[in-house]
Ligand binder design. Sequence first.
Ligand code: BES
Ligand code: MN
Ligand code: ZN
Length: 475
Amino acid sequence: MASIRKASSISAGGNIVVLCYKAKPSFGISDEEFVYLKKQIEELKKKTIVFNRLSHQLLFVVADQKQDKYKRYETLRKGGNELAALLNGNKATSVLIVDETAEKENILSVSEGMALGSYQFIRHRKEKEKEKNSLHDILVYSSKVNEKDILELNAVIEATCAARDLVNEPVNVLNAEGLAESFQKMGKQVGFKVEVFNKQKIESLKMGGLLAVNKGSVDPPTFSVMEYKPANAKNKKPFVLVGKGLVYDTGGLSLKPTPNSMDSMKCDMAGGAVVGCTLFALAKAKIPVHVIGLVPSTDNRPGFNAFAPGDIITMHDGTTVEMLNSDAEGRMILADALSYAKKYEPRLVMEFSTLTGAAAAAIGANGVVMMGNADEKVKDKLMKSGSRVHERLVEFPFWEDYDELLKSDIADMKNIGGPYAGAITAGRFLVKFTNYPYIHFDIAGPAFINSKDGYRSKGGTGVGVRLLFDFFKGI
Ligand code: BES
Ligand code: MN
Ligand code: ZN
């Protein structure tokens, strides 16, 4: 993985990126070359320009001062990704970025796009050593950037790539126990606590939702409880993160129709990956915030003893649920985690899940569906983080009126609403298991994409980690 470091000087002979405005950069080019550069920028609207110096490359990336700042950061991340592709294509191992702009966010964005864009998931390929991207060191030359900025940026990049890895790993490699073990390794590496409940413990806690979904599986469920509590934490009551750790979703007896609908369902633990990897980033960068992470995990399969549509399940909090569709399994395992979270008396619970096709249908892969009953101030902060890191949030209504659709004649609730407002009825189902400020993030759209989109890799994107890290940095 490429990592970022601060450079103390501009060494001659290596690959150099100059980050500049539209005016003539003080570095690297003649007046004649500037005429060419200007044309590329102004007439051809290019944001990255290359000069081949034979022994090395001289690259330019342009920050547009007229652009809204969040848009500019995103343009610069995309520019960084383009430059990284070029450098990797030339087997370059390092690059130095020279900052000629006024805000440090500019150079941080370029480096972030370079590092995230260099991500690959090739560990299962025979020729992986040959195919590996060469770019290793991204050196930033900027008086405004400090060591803390670099530490935080590397931490969130590493965590995002770790989340991508977890999502990309198929279920035959990573089952519920494997996911929990990955969290344990991460906890050991950077210093947060991880306790994994096994099936027996889950049974003793009467987590009926998680156990019901697990019934059709041969692999046991797990429930991971993680905690990062630094001595200097700014919050008294903890933030709790809950993530859907559904390692594979066949739909169960309400089997998903093939083709296409099941192919990417190894991604159904992306919410769980967000939770574990956010704790990793926070601990690695030593952000002063107390956060607990809960990840219920199992696969959802139509095995012999699989729960059948019509079954009535008693959940962890005693609520009974008439399960009319085994493909609405995410809410069953999450509900148990949400009622378990009550014991922490949380300041706020944020839950991430690839929960509904309806959320993906509504806004696609370009944003995250958000809804909840936390106060407007918190929501505004989250929205702002979303815009800053370009993991934008779209708030859906969370009106009680929708609860009507979840009524059952024979149990306290059904696990499905109806044909309309599927993303919202899923959220309304979940809120019944909470007694604290709660926000639900449905990442079914952006968690997994079928082709590379700038610095967002094909397959798992790691969406949610950068959003949460930015949010917690601001606490
Ligand atoms: N894991 C799926 C949702 C999903 C869809 C994630 C597409 C990623 C991409 C979830 O468990 C599911 O199957 N939801 C059902 C709910 C329905 C049966 C009420 C859906 O959205 O169809
Ligand atoms: Mn499902
Ligand atoms: Zn699912």
